[in-house]
Design a binder for this molecule. Structure first.
Ligand code: GDP
Ligand code: IMO
Ligand code: MG
Length: 420
């Protein structure tokens, strides 16, 4: 059985907390795409964990956590994340952590290229996380990338590959005044072979692990549908395919074994970085959402842009991901507003009314439906106990998307989850 967790907006919908919930009866949890551009928060028994590369399951040693083939791994960041969690007494051994030997490696040049490319874009910058994600996927598709198997393989081969990738990527680096010399190859080689030795015990081929019959697998999506390279709001997207089919590719599992696809959404919308955002509230409403929802980036600490719930996006995401259920987070946060707006259609180019996300989202004007808010979720543990206004809000989401809202977040802690 495979359950896939995907974001339905622009990231940070609370995938980490939903994954923490779903892993309770899982054998394996796999991070499938992206890298340390992700920041997944898990709050469990009063402890807060902010995870960037490790799956949310890492806090449970009985679940096998896998960093899948589709992930781009910065070994500096991963080694640090493992060390920090171990210092918090989280058990991390080759029995509960595997890193795919096919996953690509982020090198310092990728981080540098990310900065160079953003600077060169001028007023067309994307607002990336500057973690080297895009340039690493670029090297991957150029077929010059270094994989985890290289990092832990023969030293002479690793050195040769570092030399080759630096040579192949040199044009862009040199355009920003960076000249490549042999001593740089040596420096990277020394640091990265040491990191390779530290991570070696976790690096394996995931195929023999995943082919076992009867495994209960959870795919932990990162980023989100509208940051997808093909289906997101291009060019303001990430460089991988975070949608459910991309998650299957990244994990190396068959599409037809997915039994549940959980689309994670917030009761409002947020976005980090540049790009169209029709329901954005660049005013006191947006400021209030940000403060009430603590909407500051888990990875970069950037204030997140905030606005009303855009159900057109969620509807689109439900289709492309094949969502079988929705997980709605921050019902507590939105309930603090006396009046809530929800976008139910767009007026496109000042004329047509549409209910899908077009290629030029910036030409869409949201059409809102107003809901009564003002509810509290304090002490509520079941759907039946929810305020009637909150029930109406949830039932409307279900009618509009034709997907049941199965999980409801009423606080950041795992225990603040209502399951229907
Ligand atoms: P992810 O990247 O999708 O895993 O989401 P992030 O962890 O980046 O951002 C979600 C934020 O919302 C985190 O700070 C969570 O602790 C918090 N959060 C998630 N669900 C809820 C909820 O239902 N209520 C409240 N108040 N906070 C939540
Ligand atoms: P999680 O998994 C929110 C955004 C960046 C930027 C764009 C491209 O925590 O939901 P990149 O560094 O990937 O090249 O940046 O994508 N972005 C995210 N926004 N949550 C994320 O991950 C994100 N990962 C990337 O802000 O706009
Ligand atoms: Mg996040």
């Amino acid at each position: 059985m495979i359950r896939t967790i995907v974001g339905t907006q622009w990231g940070d919908e609370g995938k980490g907390r939903v994954c923490h919930f779903a892993m309770q009866n899982a054998d394996v949890v796999i991070r499938c795409t992206g890298g340390n551009n992700a920041g997944h928060t898990v709050v469990s028994e009063g402890e807060t964990y902010k995870l960037h590369l490790l799956p949310a399951s890492i806090i449970n040693p009985n679940v096998l956590s896998i960093i899948g083939t589709g992930v781009v791994v910065d070994p500096r960041v991963l080694a640090q994340e493992i060390k920090e969690l171990k210092a918090r007494r989280i058990k991390i051994t080759p029995n509960n952590l595997v890193i795919s030997n096919r996953a690509h490696v982020i090198l310092p040049i990728h981080v540098e290229l990310d900065k160079i490319q953003e600077a060169q874009r001028g007023d067309k910058k994307i607002g990336t996380t500057l973690r080297g994600i895009g340039p690493c996927y670029q090297s991957k598709s150029e077929r010059v990338g270094i994989r985890m198997c290289d990092l832990v393989g023969k030293p002479e081969t690793l050195k040769e590959k570092i030399h080759f990738i630096l040579m192949m990527e040199s044009a862009d680096l040199m355009s920003a005044g960076h000249t490549i010399c042999e001593s740089e190859v040596d420096e990277i080689f020394e640091e990265y072979s040491e990191l390779g030795q530290y991570l070696a015990e976790f690096v394996k081929d995931t195929k023999p692990i995943l082919r076992k019959e009867g495994l209960n697998i959870v795919l932990e999506g990162a980023q989100s549908t509208f940051l997808d390279l093909d289906w997101g709001t291009y060019p303001d997207v990430t460089s991988s395919n975070p949608i459910a089919s991309g998650a299957c590719t990244g994990a190396g599992v068959p599409l037809n074994k997915q039994s549940e696809v959980i689309g994670v959404m917030k009761a409002y919308t947020s976005r980090v970085g540049e790009g169209a955002f029709p329901t954005e509230q660049n005013n006191e409403v947006g400021d209030r959402i940000r403060e009430l929802g603590h909407e500051y980036g888990t990875t970069t600490n950037r204030p997140r842009r905030c606005g009303w719930l855009d159900l057109v996006m969620v509807l689109d995401a439900c289709y492309i991901n094949g969502c079988t259920s929705l997980a709605l987070n921050h019902l507590d946060t939105i309930g603090k507003f006396e009046e809530i707006q929800v976008c139910v259609a767009y007026q496109y180019n000042g004329k047509e009314i549409i209910n899908y996300v077009p290629v030029d989202l910036e030409n869409c004007e949201p059409i809102y439906k107003t809901f009564k808010g003002g509810w509290s979720t304090e002490g509520v543990t079941s759907f039946d106990e929810l305020d009637e206004r909150a029930k109406k809000f949830i039932e409307f989401i279900e009618t509009y998307t034709e997907v049941p809202v199965k999980y409801i977040g009423v606080g950041p802690d795992a225990k603040d989850t209502i399951v229907r």
